[in-house]
Write a protein that binds this ligand. Sequence first.
Ligand SMILES: [Zn+2]
Length: 183
Amino acid sequence: MTSSGLCVLATGPEIAKLLSLVESKRSISDASAEPGKPSSVLFCSPCKVVAAGYFDAEKKGVHVCENHLGNSKKAITRTLTHELVHAYDDMFGVLNDKPPLDWSSCKSRACSEVRAAALSGDCDYTAEVARGNFSPFNYYNRCVKRRAQLSISMQKACADSAKCDVEEVFEQCLADRRPWTDN
Ligand SMILES: [Zn+2]
């Protein structure tokens, strides 16, 4: 982790657990890693893209965009947890497929987005209300589906199938709460 103030703000047991699992798994496959020292997966710096953060599947790292992150500790923690779930999925796999995750598969991508939205707190009721969504009826599932669909539809190849992809994997991926439970 860099010494950036914003990244240091985002601490807590959930982030620590995800980070240590991802870092230790990554160091096994990272030839440039120092023996016995976990390789870093978290990069904090300003970004050109307009996002609070993103997972870079090529560099196998989570990029935290300091210039778009805001300064609410809750929001920073949500962003970081969301992106670390993608990093976890990349390294441990989803839908019973072997890792690394195939990001060219819209279904694998949809599964990771469902998990990231569900496990990060992106769909807590207060977060939904802050977005102007006040209906409490089945808000959680609707929020997870909507956000997963929105994320994967940004990929050209998944834009047309996004709704079906999310529906198809939803139940299985929502129930997959690794690393909090082993299923
Ligand atoms: Zn995502």
